[in-house]
Design a binder for this molecule. Structure first.
Ligand SMILES: C[S@@+](CC[C@H](N)C(=O)[O-])C[C@H]1O[C@@H](n2cnc3c(N)ncnc32)[C@H](O)[C@@H]1O
Length: 219
């Protein structure tokens, strides 16, 4: 049971986090957000966490951001904690707050990964870190359909699906620019890919909020 002192401490902590986030937003020329940042923190990006910026609660976002104001959103290994239905709500939240031409860079464990060890780690209740809270691993078609349904153009950059396995176990990797958002669990940056017998890649997608004159925003 939470004690009165515990609740007071939680509220104080939240207030301090919120003040810091307000300051970062105010001082930022171009809003670039990391959602569900965990311990990640990159120069020029504002790291946020679920306690203040919950993907499923756009009402929490309005405390800090204006609709159509965010330049970029980065979310590495966050959507796997959401069911496809929740994933769509989350994607719509991002769509609402991104400005036209703004983009969302997002990765999840890859459900078409051909290694049984990998799937065993990332499946719901699997042996990997945090897997007790995972939904069924996403595959590239299901995942991109969610973003398209929310109104995103998933093919405005040269590539939309950046790294993924297809249903035949064939890996696809396209060039990408880490200055537009670092993804650590990727072919180039995951240390595990330097050894022969282990490796790690993600289902990796860039989704762009279409330029306003091209398409009106989806409901
Ligand atoms: C596996 S951790 C990834 C942390 C970090 N992005 C990384 O790459 O190491 C999953 C993160 O998703 C966040 N998360 C889960 N559900 C969320 C939601 N509804 N809204 C925002 N963040 C959420 C968790 O708080 C956690 O920080």
């Amino acid at each position: 049971m939470t004690t009165l002192v515990g609740r007071f401490k939680d509220r104080t902590r939240r207030r301090l986090w919120a003040q810091r986030l307000h300051r970062s937003v105010r001082d930022s020329e171009q809003l670039k957000l990391i959602i569900g940042a965990g311990r990640t923190d990159f120069d020029g990006w504002i790291a946020t966490e679920q306690q203040l910026v919950d993907l499923l609660k756009p009402s929490m976002w309005v405390e800090f951001f204006e609709v159509d104001s965010v330049h970029a959103i980065l979310a590495e290994h966050v959507w796997e904690h959401l069911t496809p239905q929740q994933g769509l709500v989350a994607t719509r939240t991002c769509f609402q707050f991104l400005k036209s031409g703004g983009y969302l860079r997002v990765t999840v464990p890859d459900g078409h990964h051909p290694w049984t060890d990998y799937i065993e780690r990332v499946r719901p209740g699997g042996s990997g870190e945090g897997a007790d809270d995972h939904s069924e691993p996403y595959t590239y078609k299901v995942f991109s359909a969610i973003f398209a349904k929310a109104g995103f153009d998933v093919c405005l950059f040269d590539v939309c699906l950046v790294e993924y396995f297809d249903e035949d176990g064939q890996f696809h990797a396209n060039p990408w620019d880490e200055t537009k958002g670092m993804i650590r669990r990727s072919l180039r940056f995951d240390e595990r890919n330097r050894t022969k017998d282990d490796g790690y890649t993600s289902l990796f997608l860039d989704a762009v909020n279409p330029i306003a004159s091209d398409t009106s925003k989806a409901a």
